[in-house]
Design a protein around this ligand. Sequence first.
Ligand code: NAD
Length: 508
Amino acid sequence: TDVLGDQTTRELAERASTVLRGLGVEPPETGDLPARSPITGGQLMTLRASSPEEVDAAIGRAATAFRAWRTVPAPVRAAVVRRLGELLTTHKSELAELVTLEAGKIGAEAAGEVQEMIDVCEFAIGLSRQLYGQTMPSERPGHRLMETWHPLGVVGVISAFNFPVAVWAWNTAIALVCGDTVVWKPSETTPLTALACHSLLRRAATDVGADPEVHQLVQGSAEVGSRLVDDDRVALVSATGSVRMGRIVAPRVAERFGRCLLELGGNNGAIVTPSADLELAARGIVFAAAGTAGQRCTTLRRLIAHADVVGPLIERIESAYQQLRVGNPLEDGVLVGPLIDGRSYTAMRAALDRALADGGELICGGERVDGFGDDAYYVRPAIVRMPAQTAVVREETFAPILYVLTYHDFDSAIAMHNEVPQGLSSAVFTSDQREAERFLAADGSDCGIANVNIGTSGAEIGGAFGGEKQTGGGRESGSDSWKAYMRRATNTINYSAELPLAQGIKFG
Ligand code: NAD
């Protein structure tokens, strides 16, 4: 018999309904889109997916709202985001609970995700007074040359299940202060957190007297997303998800000369050198590899350790893995919650089988933890020692498998590190400054994120977030990522009585 069965699913559904009501959302009654909880694998409720006509209408409303929103001064636009940040602070624990119920994250990580939303709101508020353009010296007397940043238009946000709320906030807080309006297509796996965020944002807009139509929510699967992808009224498609999705989305947006911001899969590696502090490295590695049950885009999947330290390092990680409690993420002390669904589990098993067929040695983990229901998939995080970086290691399997590879010289470690198609996050653990700097240099890590003595996951919002190669090249969140959400105009102003031409051209 199941420890967590129908009874528990009913309880979870009640909790979800209560949380939704607390956030001002009447729980949906019926529809064709199921909202599941990976905690039991059961269905919490169903809601209606958006029809093609509804998606078109939502884009239309966002496009209309944009016409006025773009003329509101940016620091005034920030009032919506400030209010959103306040509402998120007030409702942090409820929203985090919904993230746990729907995405299976443990409480601390779910709360961290909501904190990230609050942080990016603060960032966006400050940014609203810093949407700087440059002025350049003109080559002509009596002329001024400058650039101005203007709002871009409707931003279509397509997001993944594993950061159901933070990725939306990264995009939406920045897009709104930049003067854009947003149509959001969340993952079909996490429709309830989306209802909650949408409601909070609309409330924030209403509270400060702004137009709530600046934000639209459409729900459903890939077909709903593809309507955003193909619609000329959507100026920027910001899509987070698998490389497979990006391969379909990017050429279609390019075909209509729209803009794309892609945040796709990672296959993140860490190099551990002989001078590394192994205790610190092991702690960083365990969080990065097993945290969120291996379901972060920045999860550590490849450990590249020097031959002199690989043995003791594996021992430390293995012993930390034995202590990890796998189970119901609503319970205190649990560090590893469920996989999102059965497909993830099947993919994990298939990857492990391939790795072992390639000569890999299973150090620990990989087995399913029973007692949570037939449709709930809990696994013990796995460590597999690999003789070489075979094809399966070069793929992203979205589950907690840590492949361990061995190196002898630092150049070959960097080469092995970069020898995968993805380029999101990376790390080196070392006390040798030469190695640390080399890892960060032009001929070091080829990733969008390169860290020293910190794991690959858990980025702060202040930096630009994103990766190279098949990760898609997009940057979101901090630094100057806002530029993707605006259009640039170069302005030349002649305040003289002459009309000199550039490059000294004489005409007539
Ligand atoms: P997924 O690709 O299955 O789905 C992501 C989103 O894209 C969903 O909303 C889905 O409905 C939509 N989608 C899928 N096909 C589409 C299409 N043809 N047209 C329009 N929309 C489409 O990904 P997932 O399983 O939800 O998430 C896991 C993946 O996301 C992993 O690969 C992970 O690395 C990646 N991810 C990347 C980042 C990042 O910032 N780089 C962040 C989180 C997750």
